[in-house]
Ligand binder design. Structure first.
Ligand code: TTJ
Length: 642
């Protein structure tokens, strides 16, 4: 709090509480925004934008703009009513000040709740304020422009009128505090993707994003009158749908709502994207469970009714979801987020609601659109037959293994330890890196499997093909747990599976392929958090006897400055690691494999979903979107952020 402020207000109990509240945020930022890494940094933007989205949900805001400015500050603008500026009777302070300085109970990470109902705006704004080096807010309201400024949560300029206006709305600009975050560089794609998702989820809302940093200029405008129907079309844009219309269903009970749309394509995998209160739930939960149950039931009943499924025959849940693209959005007042990353919806009554909406409305749709019904049923029946064939193929291979004794792949350099909880396997791109890794590792608990060459196009491959593939079968046998429905976690030979690839296009390609393969055929591996990406350093800095490693250009510059200290003439020797293959075994151990010193990135379900989408684009049948993607991302593909 500035000197100025101390004079204007009584330094009363409520203000001490304010300071203590925001102090708590600065002490343990991870509690409020999940982490202080890149994802936490971006969370700041979402916390602010959520307020504008609430205003849109209330019916008073039609357009939101998010801009990354030069210097990595963020500006969020909306054309809502503007945050109230009048004095609150309870606190004696302008409502605007309270919004940015009082830590709301609902502001805890993941507990945001269903904000539209209570009209409780500004949740989270104080958290962003506390974690910003500075923040400025402008409110256009009743003909006047009001402004207020803060630094690290404390008021530096009290609210005052700064001019006249003929519009209404709120403009917030902030600079994340570098003392609070590991990185302060925003990723335009990350923000654009999130804003596009919000535009799909809030039909009719117009969202614009801009990158104004020099050399990175970008601009996008998102506006979908069809909401999640258009989301499904967008997800299917590089696939081939097998029926024209997107099927849409919705319903409510009490305070809870469900919106759902779906369309089948000719691929063999399913994409279910779900949300609770506009928050993505990549780990699924009750809304997805209710949907899956209802889908399986409706398709089986319909199949029997039209005589396609006979007697005691059935199509399984997996069969019913082959080639399905579906978006589920639920809204509820008491959302419970569970699971490893708080990304799974736990409210059981939502399962009942979604189940009943889908059971009723999908049945009616199929009755009214028998051609589409027939197409979907044919697809599920085909999946069922293929599954039977795959099972027979697996049994053949198992019998063979019993005869020959199941042999580990020749290229695998296994470890001595047998307890999978203690062992790790490095899947390494390329022969020379594989060689260094074999020599540099700790063979007691680290196994190495080198991989190279082009992989199978898993997009069009069903389980039976994958078993016979000569690039992937070493991975399958080395891990020991099988694939698909056959996957048995108890047989898994390592609880850490580390993908080690260069930070270049080939490396990104291999990572995408392996993650897609794990996502489609060994999903529990990702669910359990067993998959990691090794993060090799990019630079080595030496000053005298001190050696330090940097993982980004930013970090290189920071360390270089640190090593030089107060001595501007000090010589710091900086060299670039060209690739894993060029490191000698000792270097590879020290930088990338030694558990004491290495950095590993745990792969999340969201990373895997992203890899899967990129993979479809790169390997799918549609040539034009692939060409566009590669042209657009030629530079960026180098540092896919998983
Ligand atoms: C609250 O109820 C009275 C009329 O205004 C409502 C309100 O606060 N609307 C509102 C808040 N619109 N936009 C915001 C907002 C926008 C940004 C960018 C940041 C924050 C914290 C709030």
């Amino acid at each position: 709090m500035s000197e100025n402020e101390k004079v204007t207000h009584e330094y009363g109990g409520s203000e001490i509480q304010v300071l203590e509240g925001l102090e708590a945020v600065r002490k343990r930022p991870g509690m409020y925004i999940g982490s202080t890494s890149e994802s936490g940094l971006h969370h700041l933007v979402y916390e602010i934008v959520d307020n504008s989205i609430d205003e849109a949900l209330a019916g008073y805001c039609s357009e939101i703009t998010v801009t990354i400015n030069e210097g990595n500050t963020i500006t969020v603008t909306d054309n809502g009513r503007g945050i109230p500026v009048d004095i609150q009777p309870q606190t004696g302070l302008p409502a605007l000040e309270v919004v940015f300085t009082v830590l709301h109970a609902g502001g805890k990470f993941g507990g945001g709740g269903y904000k539209v109902s209570g009209g409780l705006h500004g949740v989270g704004a104080s958290v962003v304020n506390a974690l910003s080096e500075w923040l400025e807010v402008q409110v256009h309201k009743d003909g006047d422009i009001y402004e207020m400024r803060f630094a690290r949560g404390e008021i530096t300029e009290a609210m005052r009128k700064v001019g006249k206006t003929d519009r209404t709305g709120t403009v917030v600009t902030f600079k994340p505090d570098p003392e609070m975050f590991d990185v302060t560089t925003f990723n335009y794609d990350t923000i654009h993707t999130r804003m596009q998702q919000q535009a799909f989820l809030n039909a009719g809302l117009r969202i614009k994003t801009f990158d104004r940093r020099s050399g990175m200029e970008a601009a996008d405008e998102m506006h979908y009158e069809g909401g999640i129907r258009e989301y499904v079309s967008w997800l299917n844009q590089n696939k081939t749908p097998i029926h024209d219309q997107v099927i849409y269903m919705s319903g409510s009970k009490g305070d809870a709502f469900v919106d759902l749309s779906l369309q089948y394509n000719d691929s063999y995998t399913d994409t279910i994207v779900s949300f609770a209160n506009n928050v993505n739930t990549p780990e699924g939960g009750m809304h997805e469970e209710g949907f899956k149950r209802a889908l399986t039931n409706v398709l089986n009943n319909y199949g029997k009714k039209i005589g396609l499924i006979k007697g005691e025959d059935k199509v399984s849940g997996d069969d019913c979801r082959e080639g399905l693209t579906c978006v589920i959005s639920v809204k509820l007042t008491d959302a419970q987020f569970e699971g490893q990353t708080k990304a799974k919806l736990g409210n059981a009554y939502i399962r009942t609601l979604v189940n009943s909406v889908v059971s009723d409305q999908l049945e009616v749709f199929l009755e009214e659109n028998p051609k589409v019904g027939r197409t979907i049923l044919d697809k599920a029946m085909m999946a069922s037959r293929a599954r039977e064939a795959a099972k027979r193929a697996r049994e053949n291979i198992r019998r063979k293994n019993v005869l020959e004794g199941s042999t580990l792949p020749g290229k695998l350099a296994d470890c001595y330890e047998r307890n999978p909880e203690l062992t790790e396997i490095y899947i390494v791109e390329g022969d020379s890196a594989g060689g260094s890794a074999k020599q540099g590792r700790d063979s007691r608990y680290q196994a190495i499997l080198p991989l190279w060459g082009k992989m199978l196009n898993v997009e069009k491959a069903r389980a039976d093909k994958v078993y016979g593939n000569d690039k992937l079968s070493p991975v399958i046998t080395a891990l020991g747990a099988g694939i698909g429905e056959d996957f048995d976690e108890n047989k898994l030979r390592y609880h850490k599976v580390v993908i080690m690839a260069d930070a270049d296009v080939d490396g990104a390609h291999i990572r995408t392929l392996l993650l897609t393969f794990f996502f489609r055929f060994m999903r529990p591996l990702i669910d359990k958090g067993y998959v990691y990406a090794a993060v090799p350093p990019l630079f080595k800095l030496v000053r005298g006897k001190t050696t330090r490693l940097a993982f980004s250009e930013e970090e290189r510059d920071a360390i270089s400055a640190e090593l030089r200290g107060d001595n501007p003439n000090a010589k710091v020797d900086i060299s670039r690691f060209k690739g894993l293959g060029e490191m000698d075994p000792e270097e590879l151990w020290e930088t990338t494999m030694d558990p004491e010193r290495r950095t590993l990135k745990r792969i999340t379900m969201a990373d895997a979903v992203k890899a899967d989408a990129i993979f479809t684009l790169l390997m799918g049948e549609k040539v034009e979107p692939r060409r566009e993607y590669i042209e657009k991302n030629a530079a960026k593909v180098m540092n896919l952020d998983y």
